[in-house]
Write a protein that binds this ligand. Structure first.
Ligand SMILES: *Cc1c(COP(=O)(O)O)cnc(C)c1O
Length: 380
């Protein structure tokens, strides 16, 4: 059985180092806000070239803390892609704010900057004052930051990047974490940089955003422990997860290179199939952390049947995401850009993610390619 994501092989390489890191935490006993958390924040700051890093309890909490740092108020609007994971949009209503759904590009699966103007106009027509844009680096490739930032500057908006999948990626030699006002990432085990539980972090060069997020992640703490400056939450990262991430971060750059090799191999073999599959496309000047390897199926291949046949051949696949966010009941009443969501709807019916991890061997990729070829012959 080929694993969809292989965390065991990675663990085998670094198990003894992780064991001794965990042992050190058990020895010093500072399970909450222990020294490893600060150490990890410093390392992540060095890795991303972002001035401030705050580790926290999950990627979703990182998004919330980012919005708190940006002082998002009830009733404010935030433009967010409709083709993404629930977290990207759920944090706005949690703060009483309004997500406004925008379509994505078919080539990159990311926010389509050419639709920003229509989307802002839609919000204005509905009386929603937009304060910012949430970009998402879906499947690992960062969103097209240059046009997004140009639009944001022109319209006095901020950009919060949901880099839960794209941390480790780059744009124009700048690391994700340093591409806009605030970046949030997730260390959920299956993400490119994952821990062994829940975890996340925010990145910013802005002192005030950092201070608010830092205070908010410990109940709105002020200068001393039991003095409160604001309403906050409990969103600390556990010390043991920080200790594990310190070891994983060491091998992360090498793993990103390996992921690129896996993608090159996939592209090489799958492009020979002539089945009309659209393979992942990396824009010029972009580097992806390749959280997923996602192809677009042509209309004449039934996705469900293909998944069934591949499962019989022990090739696991996944669909991210089968339903546009705006179609889910809790999101039904939020505004949709008048530019429409045509690409989101198309992708939700045609995307398919194949097994993806740094340790995927070429022989496995050849097997997966053959299995796809055989499965398609069976179902067509
Ligand atoms: C995983 C993910 C999140 C949420 O991260 P958690 O750590 O699970 O809270 C947010 N956005 C995207 C795009 C994700 O893939």
């Amino acid at each position: 059985m080929i694993p969809f994501i292989d965390l065991k092989t990675q663990q085998k390489h670094i198990r003894s180092k992780i064991d001794s890191r965990i042992k050190r935490v058990l020895d010093h006993g500072q399970y909450i806000l222990g020294p490893e958390v600060k150490e990890l924040e410093n390392e992540l700051s060095r890795f991303s070239n972002s001035k401030h890093v705050l580790c926290c309890s999950s990627g979703t909490d990182a998004l919330l803390l980012g919005l708190l740092g940006l002082k998002l108020q009830p009733g404010d609007g935030v433009i967010v892609p409709s083709f993404t994971f629930a977290s990207s949009a759920e944090v706005m209503p949690l703060l009483g704010a309004v997500p406004i759904f925008i379509d994505v590009e078919e080539t990159t699966f990311n926010l389509d900057p050419t639709k920003l103007k229509d989307t802002l106009d839609t919000a204005n027509e509905m009386g929603v004052k937009v304060k910012g844009i949430m970009s998402v680096g879906l499947f690992g490739q960062p969103a097209d930051m240059k046009p997004i930032k140009d639009f944001a500057i022109k319209n006095d908006l901020w950009v919060l990047d949901d880099a839960a999948q794209s941390f480790g990626g780059e744009y124009d030699n700048q690391k994700v974490g340093n591409l806009c006002e605030v970046t949030a990432t997730s260390f959920f085990p299956a993400k490119p940089l994952g821990c062994y539980g829940d975890g996340g972090a925010i990145f910013t060069n802005d002192e005030e955003i950092y201070e608010i997020a830092n205070s908010s992640h410990v109940h709105g703490m002020g200068k001393s422990r039991y003095e409160y400056d604001r309403i906050g939450m409990n969103a600390r990262m556990s010390t043991i997860q920080a200790a594990i991430l310190l070891e994983k971060l060491e091998i992360f750059p090498g793993e990103i290179k390996k992921r690129q090799e896996v993608v090159d191999n996939y592209n090489k073999h799958l492009s020979k199939l002539n089945l009309g599959l659209k393979l992942p496309y990396l824009k010029d000047k972009f580097k992806s952390s390749w959280a997923q390897y996602t192809v677009i199926l042509p209309d004449d291949i039934n996705r469900e049947l293909l998944q069934e046949k591949l499962k019989l051949k022990n090739v696991p696949t996944a669909v991210y995401y089968p339903i546009p966010l705006n179609e889910h009941k809790p999101y039904n009443d939020y505004p949709v850009s008048k530019a429409g969501l045509e690409t989101t709807y198309k992708l939700s019916k045609t995307v398919l993610s194949l097994p993806m991890h740094p340790y995927l061997q070429e022989k496995d990729i050849i097997y997966i390619t053959q299995s796809i070829s055989e499965a398609v012959t069976l179902i067509k």
